[in-house]
Write a new protein. Sequence first.
Length: 128
Amino acid sequence: MTDLPLNSDATPAGSAAATGDAADGNGGVSEAVRAELVALRESIDNIDAAVVHMLAERFKATQRVGKLKAEHKLPPADPARERAQITRLRELAVSAHLDPVFAEKFLNFIIAEVIRHHEAIAGEPQAR
């Protein structure tokens, strides 16, 4: 936006404010902006729903892993696997232009919850 020449009121010429696209003249938001917000929010809502469903499927699989580990007296946590998953997710985040620190925090939260579930399945005390 800084490449645009300025109008006399210091509003960049061609900007939404200068062309009237953002406001309806009464200080409110134009119908075009409202419609775009609605469309973007609907997309976000759809993505959120997909994330919830994907997490549900992931936790169904990790519950099965927890049962298998309990049946075979395996420890609820697998630090080597967790490190590999974090490394893998950080790489995926970078390639997807997502902050890898955020991705790691998110996976660490999920891993902690999975371990808590595995401890509960195994009947171990939960020290976390």
